[in-house]
Design a protein around this ligand. Structure first.
Ligand code: FAD
Ligand code: DLZ
Ligand code: SF4
Length: 509
């Protein structure tokens, strides 16, 4: 008899390991364990989502005729790891091997490949995870042939490889990328659809009670828990997005609003990342909407690019560069993360709004993560490890393979420009242009060196000034450095002094 371990982010009925098993003879193992629930300080909603989705998935497997050994979280025996559970299963059932689909994070992958076989004393067979468009080997081959690993070129290869939005060898609409049409601020002309609300069943309720009791000190609240925890709910979420949000997803992809936490975003990352949805079916559904005239090409291309392009690209990069990637810090940042990242208690309204969204929903959309909370960490020089740990903890869709390149590479530029050709640094005017946050803020976005000036403004110039050696020669930043050099010396000095006084009092901003 074989045993197979199904992880909390492998909840897909088409998972490769099933092909290697016999339903009649073999045993599936699933385990809620402290080691996975606490290796980072996960938001309560992330633990509730994974435990509940795991319990529902185990039930579906049993209904499909599989034997499942399911280990529910046991507070009496906290401190358990996946290996502890597998060892107990071995003693009980004496399987002759362990099969699994490769796992998503380097941390666990390392443990499995280095120590599990000898600890369990049976062969461990690890199969490729074919839920992605691009395998690790395919990505490594693509990377090997290039000097620069730009997402845009990878994405074009993936379009050709997948056939998505292609007409023969050409992209439909004669352009690969419609991003230039996707940068509108939101002025209220199109109402934002209300998010779907999911009915919670006994399993969801029991798991939320468990999390509330045993993970009470973890960040965030369960009060607004509304993530799909079954495949059927995830499919409903996909249809709802395609019908109601996708048509305007492109135009307002970068827009932020004080009173709308989700805008036109899909909220599908949690389901994609734990396996309830497959990237191919999500992209197919979006493409189909375009063929049926239900959504314009700029929206559909923009959406598919996020999944077929960015999601695959960051995974490829992660596996190509780990484990060294996690320790990179090319800008030499050392500042501690302000404690208010965990509470949302800051007067900067944009930060306050994005942190509130994060704590309420274990969610923030991409521009909130990149251009508000991320931008502030970049400008103030937070140590990459600390900000990466924060992003890994607070989002329900966070797994190291996707969080790390986005934070360390895209936000912090700590990988020396491997992922992004220039840092995504911005002053308050970007936030002002793309949101209504500044209207409700005690700081003044129009000034930089007054007592009530927007902190992002002087901090932006401080960043530009202190990193001139790294970026002044970057052609994509030459205009900024020209403006910086043209600035009167006394103005530059005032900006530096203002920024330094803000950095000294960062905990009280
Ligand atoms: P939508 O805006 O509707 O996008 C559709 C889908 O595209 C998403 O569901 C997601 O699967 C994919 N996608 C979009 N952007 C990216 C991206 N940059 N990288 C990978 N996939 C992408 N995404 C995660 O899934 N997990 C993370 O831990 C994570 N951490 C991030 C940390 C930072 C600092 C930043 C800047 C981005 C991070 N992202 C992460 C990417 C992105 O912000 C989220 O995927 C997105 O906000 C999820 O919301 P949504 O499903 O409504 O996305
Ligand atoms: C995220 C998570 C959590 C909170 N808990 C569990 C768990 O108890 N059991 C499990 O199998 N998986 C869990 N996961 C997901 C794993 O952490 C994830 O599979 C690894 O990080 C690999 O990506
Ligand atoms: Fe944020 Fe500055 Fe606008 Fe306030 S004024 S909301 S701190 S960008």
């Amino acid at each position: 008899m074989k045993m197979a371990l199904i992880l909390g982010d492998q909840l897909s009925h088409s998972l490769s390991v099933f092909d290697a098993l016999d339903k009649q003879a073999d045993l599936l193992v699933m385990a809620e364990v402290d080691a996975e629930a606490t290796y980072t300080w996960h938001h309560k909603q992330k633990i509730a989502l994974i435990f509940s989705a795991m319990r529902h998935f185990a039930q579906e497997l049993r209904q499909a005729g599989w034997q499942v050994h399911y280990h529910e979280y046991d507070a009496q025996h906290a401190q358990l790891s996946l290996l502890d559970v597998l060892q107990a299963v071995c003693e009980q059932y004496h399987p002759d091997s362990l099969a699994m689909t490769e796992c998503g994070e380097y941390r666990l992958h390392y443990q499995m490949t280095v120590s599990w076989q000898s600890a369990l004393n049976i062969p461990v067979v690890i199969l490729q995870d074919d839920r992605f468009f691009c395998s690790k080997t395919q990505f490594a081959t693509w990377a090997d042939e290039r000097k620069q690993l730009r997402m845009e070129y990878f994405y074009r290869e993936m379009r050709k490889h997948s056939g998505l939005l292609m007409q023969g060898p050409e992209p439909v609409g004669h352009r690969w990328n419609f991003d230039a049409d996707n940068r509108e601020a939101y002025r209220g002309d199109v109402p934002v659809p209300k998010p779907l609300r999911f009915l919670r069943d006994d399993t969801d309720v029991a798991v939320c009670a468990l999390v509330q009791q045993h993970f009470a000190d973890h960040p965030g609240t369960l009060a607004h828990f509304n993530w799909p925890t079954t495949r059927s709910q995830a499919l409903t979420a996909l249809s709802h997005f395609i019908e109601h949000r996708l048509p305007h997803f492109g135009r307002f992809q970068d827009a932020m609003q004080q009173h709308d936490d989700f805008m036109f975003h899909s909220l599908l990352s949690t389901s994609l990342n734990c396996g309830l949805l497959l990237p191919r079916e999500v992209c197919d559904a979006a493409e189909q909407a375009w063929h049926q005239g239900l959504a314009p090409l700029n929206a559909v291309e923009g959406f598919i690019r996020q999944i077929l392009g960015w999601r695959e690209y960051v995974r490829g990069l992660y596996w190509l560069k780990m484990p060294d990637y996690a320790d990179m810090n090319t800008l030499g940042n050392t500042r501690d993360l302000p404690a208010w990242y965990w509470t949302g208690e800051t007067r900067m309204n944009c930060m306050r709004a994005c942190l509130r969204n994060t704590l309420d929903h274990a969610y923030a959309h991409h521009i909130q993560r990149l251009m508000v909370t991320g931008n502030f960490a970049l400008l103030t020089g937070i140590e990459p490890r600390q900000i990466c740990d924060w992003y890994l903890a607070v989002y329900a869709d966070a797994y190291d393979w996707v969080e790390l390149p986005n934070t360390l590479g895209m936000v912090m530029h700590a990988d020396g420009g491997l992922l992004a050709s220039k840092p995504y640094a911005a002053s308050g005017s970007y936030i002002h242009r793309m949101s209504d946050y500044c209207q409700h803020c005690p700081y003044n976005v129009k000034t930089a060196t007054e007592h009530d000036s927007c902190p992002f403004n002087s901090l932006y110039w401080h960043f530009i000034g202190r990193h001139a050696t790294q970026f002044a020669g970057n052609p994509r930043m030459s205009m900024i450095y020209r403006s910086y050099q043209r600035m009167p010396a006394e103005k530059r000095l005032a900006l530096v002094q203002k920024a330094e006084s803000l950095l000294e009092t960062i905990d009280a901003l």
